[in-house]
Design a protein around this ligand. Sequence first.
Ligand code: NAD
Ligand code: UD1
Length: 335
Amino acid sequence: MNKILITGGAGYIGSHTAVELVKAGLEPIILDDLSNSNEKVLDRLEEILERKLTFYKGDCNDRSILDQISKDHKISGVIHFAAFKAVGESTEQPLKYYSNNIGSLLVLLDFMKENSISDLVFSSSCTVYGQPDVLPVTESTPRKDAESPYGNTKKICEDILVDYVKSKAGIRVIALRYFNPVGAHPSGKIGELPIGKPNNLVPFITQTAAGIREKLTVFGDDYDTPDGSCVRDFIHVMDLADAHVKAFTYLNDKPSGFYDVFNVGTGNGNTVLEVIHTFERVNDLKLNYEIGPRRAGDVVKIWADTKKINSVLGWKPSKTLEDSMRDSWNWQKGL
Ligand code: NAD
Ligand code: UD1
């Protein structure tokens, strides 16, 4: 069975991807330092999968733990999720972000080369597009200057990968530009578990519904959008997880030096208010929310053109916004 090292595999997207890898007959080897996740996720994964998983607690900047993993297992590919992702914190502590997000990629690439591991799927973000001039965004939409050190780390990592594959390093790479991941595993056993006060919309919605937060503030309703609130492309995390499996399968017969990038979204934009109202409708509850001022640095509207991933990887999302809102609440209720 092909063993795939997943850095950050105890995190939100990594844990859901571990489930999909096993379902596809691949063996995830999880490396996570638990800086933004909890070891209990491993127990939950084992409950869902009804089997044991291999987990290493450690930092993927630490070459010795990577070497230990390669002594213990024949790794055939890597999915590199591990990164810090709090945009606000990245503006306060940029070096923490540059060091972890870029440093870990460099260590990993060196490790892959020395161990003749050719295949890499990298977690990028739609943040690289900034506020695009034309919508929806295709993969060839020009990237803009990053709005934050976090966003810049994703842009720089993409550039590093482009340069590295050109250097005949013997690797094949896909960068997936995620839009806004939401939802949870339908079992409610794993989901997004932000540490402290959430920054992202859906965890804030679910925590407000659960009474953990008093109310949700909608950041602006006077934008040039159908109802004045911002527009995003909300992709169910299980569909996103499946895109990683498809990306790996696709890399299989690609030549060394291959690099490509794919948007992973639904292809539809939804406003913040639509998300709130969908959450209320499918879960039959009322959310305490108010309209507040705009959030500095917010992109007004963005959604993905998904023709490339649909046709090239044969990937299509199977879940709706309704599914995402039901699954997110199901997960929150179980906490
Ligand atoms: P997450 O914080 O839930 O998961 C990341 C995991 O990586 C965490 O479990 C954390 O403990 C671990 N980690 C961080 N640094 C590490 C290190 N040096 N060594 C080992 N483990 C380390 O985040 P997520 O939402 O699952 O995001 C996964 C990836 O996707 C990240 O690269 C993120 O930037 C990217 N991304 C996320 C989103 C989003 O909205 N969630 C959107 C676009 C891109
Ligand atoms: C944020 C990050 C982006 C990252 C993405 C996915 C910023 C500026 N950008 O984008 O770099 O790639 O997450 O992790 O943080 N909203 C509210 N009230 C809230 C929370 C959010 O109205 O309490 C609105 C926001 O104004 C936005 C939408 O909901 O319009 C989505 O917000 P969020 O979940 O933070 O994601 P992004 O802004 O898309």
